[in-house]
Design a protein around this ligand. Sequence first.
Ligand SMILES: [Zn+2]
Length: 179
Amino acid sequence: MYRATVKKIKSKHGKPSRAWRQTSRKTRGALVQRALGKVTLDDFFDDFDAVQVDPAKNDGLEDCEVVLTIGTRGYRGKTGKGHGHAEMDALVQFIEDVGDIDGCVTLLRRARNKTVTCEDKSVCRGCASVLGALGFKASSAETTKYGKFMGKTQWAPVPQIRALLKAYNPNIDLSNYGG
Ligand SMILES: [Zn+2]
């Protein structure tokens, strides 16, 4: 599959294509990934159904509380618990509550209701992309999203969330976030 795709891309550019030869390894990788149907996490920002605002609501506010509703259960997350932003902390609460990634995937696929309530501040680009990739939407117009990363530290999903994303959608390319 991979070889066939590379061949297809090469022939599209001419053989052996100058463009291909001059393309950096990284770009070649991206071309192949896209042809294989791989998507980057950022591609899911638009999928998170929430009103996009600019500027962000309360940018710089570290403390915030978030509730993720999955089916009939609610998971409360807070900033500063070692899992990144409050949204990601809530997601880790869910993962720990269920106990295994496959169980989480099943529950997420079955849940009719997957919403995020985050009214203190806007959901940042990274968290919105994760939530969009997992099929969440804002619970109301009070929960908004912002197209940039926020906070003092660089945004990256913790290992549990990376594992969940990969199990939920194996096509998600997380290489921009450490592999
Ligand atoms: Zn965030």
